[in-house]
Ligand binder design. Structure first.
Ligand SMILES: Cc1cc2nc3c(=O)[nH]c(=O)nc-3n(C[C@H](O)[C@H](O)[C@H](O)COP(=O)(O)OP(=O)(O)OC[C@H]3O[C@@H](n4cnc5c(N)ncnc54)[C@H](O)[C@@H]3O)c2cc1C
Length: 379
């Protein structure tokens, strides 16, 4: 029996564990440490956020990225290499005394008194509280028009770490955001003949200064929940227009063909193991592979470790945002003791929670709430 099980050992989970430790709560942190950043992203690319704003969080703000930089001699250059961010997260965990239990959670059940969490090895933990911090893992979105293609011809950008297998192949990348340009850049570097196809007329690039965006996101993480409803609605109802970081421009422009203002109306297997894409206007493309850089759609029901009874008990945000759990200011769902954070909280608490910008606010809201609840239950 522990006070708390945290599912997911990414930047959110690690920070939550550091806060739990400082609060004297017993916890189990489930998942391979930094698995997504370490093993599911292309190693050679950069983190988009300015490094000044990618600190994990501990209660005393001791193990910041600036301190990591000072102590290890790692320059805080922007764009910041992803492996350096992974090194920072492990450095943070070591200094904050975070302990990992590198096993996947496969099932969470609620009993009248507590939760039970079972892992892939069959270990069972009983906990008064559970925090789900599993990131984007289960939410890759592929549009219907592409789904007719078999997995050998179609992959989502999530989990693509190596584009070498596409050397000398023709590849269509669908999308106009950061992940599309990143995939196209890596495909070009790997020696494939890539083309980016997208709906918008033109690609939108982010401004020069990513410090302003970094700071603004952190501030919005702190403020969003308390904004008047009309302001929140305005933000929810404004379509999110992904933009591309400027540092990617030289890797793509003049190197990869980009075709805007088109939609895929049909995708089918063609000839001897190729894919044929029919575009609006009737043009076609025949390619060896299609990379869907089409982002993520959060849908609670896709979490494989929550059984139907528990999913039904979790109240949702109203339509059309029904995929998100409805959360309290402290990130607690309608099931007492069950918390969601990271991208799963990015509707109730705002878009900053789709990024590392929301970590500090999440930790400072959730852990004191659990601490307080424990004191009341067990004075
Ligand atoms: C290509 C790409 C680039 C990005 N770049 C940036 C950026 O520059 N800046 C930024 O702020 N954000 C960026 N993001 C967003 C990024 O996802 C979040 O900022 C960040 O990873 C959120 O941390 P997290 O802990 O919520 O999720 P994650 O880092 O994804 O960690 C969650 C962990 O939970 C694990 N997990 C899943 N299921 C289970 C289970 N059943 N049991 C145990 N563990 C489980 C996963 O393996 C994963 O390691 C990027 C996302 C993508 C896809």
């Amino acid at each position: 029996m522990v006070d708390l099980v945290i599912i997911g050992a990414g930047p959110y989970g690690i920070s939550l564990a550091a806060h739990a430790k400082s609060a004297g709560l017993s916890y189990v942190l489930l998942g391979q440490p930094m698995h997504f950043w370490k093993n599911q992203m292309p190693q050679t690319m950069f983190i988009r956020t300015n490094p000044r704003y990618i600190s994990l969080s501990d209660r005393e703000d001791r193990w910041t990225i600036d301190r990591f930089s000072d102590e290890t001699g790692t320059p805080l250059d922007s764009p910041f290499p992803r492996p350096a961010f992974v090194d920072y997260a492990f450095w943070f965990a070591r200094h904050a005394g975070v302990e990992f239990t590198p096993e996947l959670a496969v099932r969470v059940d609620r009993t009248p008194e507590a939760f039970t969490v079972v892992t892939e090895t069959g270990r069972r933990w009983t906990a008064a509280r559970v925090i789900v911090a599993t990131g984007l893992q289960h939410f890759s979105y592929v549009p219907d028009e592409l789904r007719a293609l078999p997995p050998s011809l179609l992959t989502h950008t999530f989990g693509q770490t190596d584009f070498e297998r596409f050397r000398n192949k023709k590849v269509a990348v669908i999308g106009s955001g950061q992940s599309a340009w990143e995939a196209a850049a890596l495909l070009h570097m790997a020696g494939s003949d890539a083309e980016i196809l997208f709906r918008r007329e033109a690609v939108q690039f982010a401004g020069e200064d990513n410090t302003a965006t970094g700071l603004r996101l952190i501030e919005s993480a702190e403020q969003f929940y308390r904004l008047p409803l009309e302001q929140k609605q305005e933000r929810w109802n404004t379509p999110r227009r992904g933009s591309v970081a400027l540092f990617l421009k030289p890797y793509v422009e003049g190197k990869v063909k980009t075709t805007g203002g088109v939609e895929i109306v049909r995708a089918e297997t063609w000839g001897d193991g190729q894919a044929r894409l029919t575009l609006t206007g009737g043009e076609t493309r025949i390619v060896d592979h299609v990379v869907s850089a089409t982002g993520y759609r959060i849908k609670l029901d896709l979490l494989p470790f929550l059984p139907p009874a528990l999913l039904e008990a979790v109240e949702r945000e109203p339509e059309p945002y029904h995929g998100f759990p409805l959360l309290s200011e402290q990130f607690e769902s309608s099931v007492p003791g069950l918390y969601f954070t990271g991208p799963l909280a990015s509707h109730t608490h705002g878009s900053a929670f789709g990024f590392v910008a929301g970590i500090r606010q999440a930790c400072r809201s959730i852990i004191p709430h659990i601490e307080q609840g424990k004191t009341q239950m067990d004075p």
